[in-house]
Design a binder for this molecule. Structure first.
Ligand code: ZN
Length: 81
């Protein structure tokens, strides 16, 4: 189902992609969302258990970067006993 606002939304998103700056887009009753395009995004995974941790701006470098998830942080720090 195509809404009349689709064209405007696409224009706003396209502008965000071109500028590389975050753009806040609010349409209709939906809560506003901020979108930002990273030409190179890195996937973050927990180095201990391998769980996906989201994405970060690779600032020119693609691939995978490592982080630590909350569970592993607690375990490594000796807590959670
Ligand atoms: Zn982990």
């Amino acid at each position: 189902m195509r809404q009349p606002n689709d064209t405007r939304l696409i224009q706003r998103v396209t502008a965000a992609l071109r500028s590389g700056e975050p753009q806040t887009i609010a349409l209709g009753e939906l809560p506003p969302v901020t979108v930002q395009f990273w030409p190179t995004a890195q996937r973050l995974v927990c180095a201990w258990c391998g769980e996906p941790q989201g994405w970060q701006n690779g600032q020119g470098v693609r691939g995978v970067s490592h982080a630590i998830c909350a569970d592993c942080f607690i375990r490594v720090m000796g807590g959670g006993g």
